[in-house]
Write a protein that binds this ligand. Structure first.
Ligand SMILES: Cc1cc2nc3c(=O)[nH]c(=O)nc-3n(C[C@H](O)[C@H](O)[C@H](O)COP(=O)(O)OP(=O)(O)OC[C@H]3O[C@@H](n4cnc5c(N)ncnc54)[C@H](O)[C@@H]3O)c2cc1C
Length: 466
């Protein structure tokens, strides 16, 4: 056993199962301290995630207590300043898992060389992906830009890899604190208390994540291919915030899914969605310019329009298109939105309203509990048509037909837009055709802010310009 203390830098890995860095630290040291560096700056536009983060810190601290490990939260404005100060001492070995975002990986390089210079031992481990992001390349050594061949190669590579022996976390001999001037996780909670709704819907801890995974595998995965399209039912896993914060490792998800002997179409489809996440993480690292703007540079000339009235109506769920409004209200109320509806509301913003996808990306970032730069930015650019392997811009979702196809009875709309609860399925996705003395369009529910056919024609004209 190492005499020095083991420090584990906790980032997006709030778990004890398949947490390589943390597990290794507990196997090498009698005393381990887990620390989280809270940068206010990072979270200033991620209000919803402040709630998830705060709750995750509280539940993980409790769990680590059982292993005699303390979790300390340190507030800092700069990782560099923090580590420059920390490495003045040399009484520890430091462990962490990778986060596959360019800034994190760049900082890892800085930190590693600094630690080497100071002869401080450290160990860096694979993060929350199936493969390392640079392991999957085309035969000519260049990165994949299209999902299907990427996933074929990535899946094969993962299956053929010799699995590493799974280790488990060890109980430390004695609990100890290491850092001074720490903050309590409650301090991180957002100022506005709209998150009270989240408390009724989500329980951000590892135990619950594992339980939700089992529920999904037992009850829903076999029908996932079909069920995932309909927002009125719980047909997907709803695991995204747990995956983002690392309460679940995707290798654990994979393992539990294939444990079921018959790999159904549902399982394959579900794992392919995990594949999209994997693909997006490779994209943002190979093409980091897409984190700031369009992956496809021809979109830099797109004639976006600025219209704060439309943008506000979209955010508030008051566009007059029921499926769009239902999605936006679900997002604000629960911190999550169904994937089908993310595509519909996204398409509506960029194609019907001609508003730059970056505005939507920013709003989602602030409201989503599962926000991740890779998935959000790639998701928005997929919708806008400016991304790699994206939906072509000229394919414009018709919000009425999308509603009629994926929310046939209007149940989803009625749940989130109760003003429309009395409308039959004939009118639920086009309330402007509903005539009833007790329902007044314009006061009970807004007129559509744009006309679908006109907006479509305008979008196609704008697209022709590029
Ligand atoms: C405009 C837009 C923005 C998005 N922003 C995010 C985001 O910030 N964070 C995020 O995790 N997902 C994002 N997505 C992808 C997707 O909508 C969510 O991952 C999914 O809805 C989460 O619900 P679930 O866990 O029930 O998914 P399931 O269908 O159960 O899928 C399982 C997991 O696979 C991954 N996944 C599923 N679909 C996708 C996808 N299309 N792309 C990448 N990964 C996927 C997620 O980790 C998800 O938890 C976005 C999609 C769009 C169209």
């Amino acid at each position: 056993m190492e005499k020095k203390i083991g420090l584990f830098w906790l980032r997006d890995d709030f778990r004890t199962v398949k947490n390589d860095g943390l597990i290794e630290a507990t196997r090498n040291h009698d005393q381990v301290v887990v620390f989280y560096l809270y940068k206010q700056d990072t979270y200033k536009d991620q209000e919803a995630q402040k709630w998830w983060l705060s709750k995750s810190l509280i539940s993980f601290r409790k769990k680590l207590n059982n292993y005699n490990i303390s979790l300390q939260v340190v507030e800092t404005n700069s990782f560099k300043i923090f580590f420059d100060k920390l490495t003045k001492k040399n009484n520890f070995v430091i462990y962490w898992n990778k986060v596959y975002e360019p800034d994190y990986l760049k900082f890892d390089e800085y930190l590693s060389s600094n630690l080497k210079k100071k002869s401080i031992n450290f160990k860096r481990f694979k993060g929350n992906t199936l493969n390392e992001i640079d392991e999957i390349k085309k035969n000519d050594g260049t990165p994949f830009k299209v999902f299907t061949p990427f996933w074929r190669a990535a899946e094969k590579y993962y299956i053929e890899k010799v699995p590493s022996k799974e280790k488990i976390i060890k109980k430390c001999i004695k609990k100890k604190n290491y850092f001074e001037n720490c903050i309590e996780p409650e301090k991180i909670l957002p100022r506005k208390n709209w998150f009270e709704n989240f408390e009724k819907k989500w329980l951000p801890d590892e135990e619950n994540a594992l339980k939700e995974l089992q529920n999904f595998i037992n009850d829903r995965i076999s029908n996932y291919s079909e069920g995932r399209n309909f927002p009125n039912i719980v047909g997907t896993s709803k695991l995204s915030p747990f995956i983002k914060f690392g309460q679940l490792h995707v290798e654990t998800i994979w393992k539990e899914c294939v444990k079921k002997k018959s790999k159904t179409i549902g399982t394959s489809k579900f794992l392919a969605e995990i594949g999209w996440r994997e693909f997006n993480h490779t994209l943002i690292n190979y093409f980091p310019h897409m984190l700031k703007g369009n992956y496809s540079k021809k979109f830099n000339k797109f004639p976006w329009e600025k219209n704060s009235k439309f943008l506000t109506a979209w955010k508030k769920g008051l566009t007059g298109y029921p499926i769009v409004d239902a999605g936006m209200r679900e997002l604000y109320s629960t911190g999550w939105m169904h994937n089908r509806v993310r595509m519909i509301v996204g398409s509506f913003l960029v194609k019907h309203l001609l508003i730059n996808w970056k505005e939507g990306e920013k709003y989602f970032k602030n409201c989503l509990l599962d926000y991740s730069p890779a998935n959000n930015i790639a998701g928005w650019q997929w919708v806008a048509g400016s991304g790699a392997d994206a939906a072509p811009y000229f394919r414009i979702f018709n919000p009425i037909l999308q509603g009629e196809k994926f929310d046939k009875e209007g149940e989803y709309v009625k749940k989130w837009v109760p003003e429309l609860k009395n409308l039959s399925k004939k009118f639920i996705h086009k309330p402007w055709e509903y005539k009833d003395k007790n329902f007044k369009l314009g006061s009970d529910y807004p007129f559509p802010i744009v006309n679908h056919e006109e907006a479509r024609a305008k979008a196609l004209k704008a697209f022709k310009q590029i």
